[in-house]
Design a protein around this ligand. Structure first.
Ligand SMILES: NC(=O)NCCC(=O)O
Ligand SMILES: [Zn+2]
Ligand SMILES: [Zn+2]
Length: 466
């Protein structure tokens, strides 16, 4: 079946231009100057709208076991919510728990996802224990499983934490097999000291989650990760959920030096703050407990992050979607902020929230599309199958209406959460139509897809390295 999307403005890495897009089956067949496409095919009128590649959220945690509970979105609910928000690919984190065989952790993740997803999906692998066996497993995952990126944690001692020696060994392995090391860069050992001291002083409210994770400890860990990657002969390093100015400065300096150092930020760090959300009265702030934490509005973090997105010191915007309901899940931390499960849900809102940056004059249309789709595809070995509107690419297409409006609310979202981190936010723009591998799955707010239609995507090596 063919479909000609007419009258829209197609946005890609080279900018925005009026064009008609021909979809044939699951892929994009051709791009035409307006009006030049075939006459004998079904059409979709995109006049006055943007035609962009389907979003790629490179950082999600469906059903993650964490903090004594599980992230509340399953692959089924989370990928459907993603579709509503214009995201047609997620890259989730399969988990090797400490002591577990890496391949067993991966098999468990396939068991959760396979047959349940509404959009296409791939996996990174979290290494919860770097040892001889897991280092060997890295080679096997890269060679046979299409998993070409591994997340390590400088935070969460006793859970996912790796020490510097383990990090260095994993980086050396990645340097040899071509994988990317993704780093949760916070000094978890120092944070744990601050947490114990705060609790001993009776400081138990959610805001102390943020106050015990100062940005200096994100900057320190980011610098350390960059230096360790240098010792590992410029192992490709990708800093996840970067939240703060000095961590960004470290990434920028490494990039200026020509290093393969990259970073993502997330919408929560661009819009939400320590004071206004994490510091909400009573236990309310628990909704916004995540790590790295929200930063102070009295410092320059948000301004610097937007600037980093403009200059490509921040290459990608992911959500770090890790939702927990307030009731019974976030409530596990009443009386002790350190027991609040860490995570914010947002997989449904990333495309809209970043488009607000275009409306506000902080991002160009081209950078909007690069940060939400094209660069994640290139960074994580999905390009050009995903992330671009070009002949031969998968027909993952979002028709975006700049004249529409989106109001974010728990009343209307599709994520399995009993609250919204962005309750009441108004976006001047709206996802109109979502096409995933040639199939219209969302049209004017109605869902037409199906559970199980999403395919696992084995990934190649990054095509983003310098
Ligand atoms: N970010 C967060 O708070 N939860 C998810 C786990 C992680 O990415 O560190
Ligand atoms: Zn993390
Ligand atoms: Zn995460």
């Amino acid at each position: 079946m063919t479909l000609l999307i007419t009258g829209g403005t197609v946005i890609g890495p080279t900018g925005a231009a009026p064009a008609d897009v021909l979809v044939d089956g699951e892929t994009i067949a051709a791009i035409y100057t307006p009006g030049a496409g075939p006459a004998d095919t079904e059409t979709m009128d995109a006049t006055g709208k943007y035609v962009i590649p389907g979003g790629i959220d490179a950082h999600t945690h469906m059903e993650l076991p964490f903090g004594g509970t599980f992230a509340s979105d399953t692959f089924e609910t989370g990928t459907k919510a993603a579709a509503f928000g214009g995201t047609t690919t997620i890259i989730d984190f399969a988990v090797q728990r400490t002591g577990e065989v890496v391949q067993d952790g991966l098999a468990a993740w396939h068991a959760k996802a396979d047959g349940n997803c509404h959009v296409d999906y791939a996996f990174h692998m979290i290494l919860g224990g770097v040892d001889d066996d897991s280092l060997k497993a890295m080679d096997q995952l890269v060679a046979d499983e299409g998993i070409t990126s591994f997340k390590l944690f400088m935070a969460y001692p006793g859970v996912f934490y790796s020490n510097d020696g383990q990090i260095l060994r994993a980086m050396q392995k990645a340097r040899d097999n071509g994988a990317v090391i993704m780093m949760h860069a916070e000094n978890g050992i120092a944070i744990d000291v601050l947490v114990q001291q705060a609790l001993a002083r009776g400081e138990t409210d959610p805001i102390h989650h943020g106050l015990t994770r100062p940005e200096a400890l994100e900057a320190e860990a980011t610098n350390r990760a960059i230096m360790l990657a240098e010792v590992a002969q410029d192992c490709p390093l990708y800093i996840v959920h970067l939240s703060a100015s000095r961590a960004l400065a470290a990434v920028a300096a490494a990039r200026d030096a020509g290093r393969n150092v990259f970073a993502e930020t997330c919408p929560q760090y661009l819009y939400l703050t320590l004071e206004d959300q994490l510091g909400a009265p009573g236990f309310e702030g628990a909704k916004w407990v995540c790590s790295t934490p929200l930063r102070s509005k009295h410092e320059s973090h948000q301004k610097d992050l937007w600037q980093g997105l403009r200059t490509n010191d921040l290459a990608v915007v992911s959500t770090d979607h890790c939702p927990f309901c307030f009731k019974d899940q976030k409530e596990l931390g009443i009386g002790d902020f350190s027991k609040i499960p860490n995570g914010i849900g947002g997989v449904e809102h990333r495309v809209d929230l970043l488009y607000q940056g275009v409306v506000d004059g902080k991002l160009s249309l081209r950078r909007w599309v690069e940060t939400i789709a094209t660069t994640p595809a290139r960074m994580f070995g999905l390009y050009p199958r995903k992330g671009v509107i070009a002949p031969g690419s998968d027909a993952d297409i979002v028709v975006y209406d700049p004249n529409g409006r989106t109001r974010i609310s728990v009343e209307t979202h599709h994520m399995n959460m009993d609250h919204s981190a962005y309750e009441g936010y108004e976006i001047a723009g709206k996802v109109d139509t979502v096409i995933s591998r040639g199939e219209v799955i969302v049209r004017e707010g109605a869902y037409h897809g199906a559970k199980g239609r999403g395919k696992y995507l084995p990934r190649g090596l990054s095509s983003y390295l310098v």
